[in-house]
Design a binder for this molecule. Structure first.
Ligand code: HEC
Length: 463
């Protein structure tokens, strides 16, 4: 079963039938394909083009020291999250802090767990805002740990500039700031649990369609906000939203896997350390007049059981004067709704293949989604130039879901058949709260699963 509610998929199928009937297999879109995926996929995904400020200046005389080498490395690679009052459990921005964590930190780097960056480097085109640490940096850190954490002279400390490769976001005043309007104190619904998934409904009061070009999430309390997803929900779901809010005793309503309405459109995703989501200039995702916005907050109360939060979301629209020149992006889900995972199965597989689309598509990025039993997810497409890998997450972690944009938009040459493969561990050892394994199906609850990917594509002319 496929999510067919998107008009583009439906239109594509109609076009396919029409083109088959007229036996015209050539598509005009194919001509202006400037980057054809499949030719260069994977080529430079693994290359480490970063200028490596931290490994070239050790003259080899005395080995790495905290002040000269480790402190700037931590600042660039770790401390966007590992400072006081952030979601990560410990601060790594002092000598004592990193010394105490030394072996554990080394292990986390060696195994690739930290800095968190789930996508495999072997699959697909290079991604924007990639978090990483190079082999040279890890080797330097290892040398420092093995030398017994030499502190060095604080006078050797270079100015901390953060990561000079990190992109900056300078957009000034947003067109609209979403605010649900009050402080919310997370309260995990399950006893002993630390997670609270809350949806808040916000009316952006749009009287005409807008094209969303960028979203900047401003978490109110970084000790409790673990991730935030922003959805737009069409006007006809307003009654459903009001019902969900009314049924819940607490502010907003409880939601785990999505907003619990039909046809929610994912607009943006944020996890700690994520850059604001920003599409190419002049590109935007349509938010229809009258839509409601639902923000889904994942709170984790491990670090703070009392803290409250009021997060803000800055939206930037494509300038209305330029609307005639907007390149519209559509975020299309492909999902396996017939998902059925046997109780106890340690390696259940779900595969969903989309319809064959008879035109070339320009793909800007992807956003895969599963829940807690998910092990891995792989997104590919069969195209006119062969099979291409679009995203591979070999060790799925629900806490690090991403909205991944490619450095360069990718043209998938017609005909395009997208494919999704999801794997799950439903064995007794992998149950969210230790209860015996049950058969699991598609749904938005904590005990349900999903096998879903959003494709961020340019709306082809004429669709
Ligand atoms: C984007 C945010 C972020 C960045 C960047 C990051 N961490 Fe973490 N780190 C976390 C969070 C959050 C946790 C808590 C566990 C979790 O949620 O995955 C964590 C946990 C850890 C742990 C404990 C892991 C364990 O096994 O218990 C270590 C050690 C660690 N980080 C080291 C590092 C080091 C070293 C770096 C830099 C190379 C780094 N982290 C970069 C967010 C981050």
């Amino acid at each position: 079963m496929t999510i067919w509610h998107n008009p583009l998929w439906r239109a594509a199928a109609v076009a396919l039938l029409l083109s088959a009937a007229s036996c015209g297999t050539e598509s005009p879109e194919a001509e202006d394909a400037d980057v054809v995926l499949g030719d260069d996929a994977g080529e430079d995904g693994t290359g480490d083009a970063d200028t490596d400020a931290h490994s070239e200046d050790d003259a080899g005389l005395s080995g790495p020291t905290y002040y000269a080498h480790i402190r700037p490395m931590m600042a660039a690679r770790c401390n966007e999250c590992h400072v006081e009052d952030a979601i990560a459990p410990m601060a790594l921005d002092t000598y004592e802090g990193i010394k105490e964590m030394g072996r554990l930190a080394l292990g986390a780097m060696e195994t690739g767990v930290m800095p968190p960056w789930p996508p495999s480097e072997e699959c697909g085109p290079p991604l924007k805002n990639r978090r990483h640490i190079s082999e040279e940096e890890i080797a330097l850190f290892r040398e420092w740990v093995e030398a017994g954490y030499p502190e060095g002279e604080s006078g050797d400390a270079p100015e901390l500039e953060g990561d000079e490769n990190a992109p900056v976001f300078e957009r000034g005043t947003p067109d609209l700031t979403l605010d649900w309007g009050f402080e919310y104190t997370p309260e995990p619904p399950l006893a002993e649990a630390v997670d609270d998934y809350r949806c808040f409904v916000i009316d952006p009061e749009l009287h005409e369609d807008q094209f969303l070009n960028a979203v900047r999430t401003r978490p109110g309390n970084t000790r409790v906000v673990h991730h935030a997803l922003v959805y737009s929900v069409s006007e006809d779901q307003a009654a459903r939203l009001a019902q969900l809010e009314a049924e819940d005793e607490r502010p907003g309503y409880t939601c785990f896997g999505g907003p619990r309405t039909s046809d929610p459109w994912l607009l943006s995703g944020w996890v700690p350390g994520t850059m604001p989501l920003e599409f190419e200039e002049g590109h935007g995702v349509r938010i229809e007049a009258g839509s409601k916005i639902v923000v889904q907050m994942h709170y984790n109360t491990v670090n703070d059981t009392e803290g409250s939060d009021r997060s803000l979301f800055d939206l930037y629209f494509v300038d209305q004067d330029e609307t005639s020149r907007v390149t519209e992006l559509v975020i299309i889900p492909l999902a396996e709704l017939g998902l059925q995972i046997e109780a106890g199965d340690p390696d259940a597989v779900a595969v969903e293949e989309g319809p064959e689309i008879p035109i070339s598509l320009t793909l800007h990025g992807v956003a895969p989604h599963m829940h807690l039993l998910g092990k891995s997810i792989n997104v590919t497409a069969q195209t006119g130039t062969g099979e291409v890998c679009l995203m591979d997450i070999p060790a799925w972690d629900f806490n690090w879901q991403g909205f991944y944009l490619y450095e360069e938009p990718q043209v998938l040459r017609y005909p395009v058949t997208p494919r999704l493969e999801c794997r799950y561990d439903n064995s007794p050892a992998n149950q969210p709260d230790g209860r015996p394994p049950q058969e699991v199906r598609w749904g938005e609850g904590t005990y349900d699963e999903m096998c879903l990917n959003y494709f961020i594509v340019e709306r082809p002319p004429g669709f």
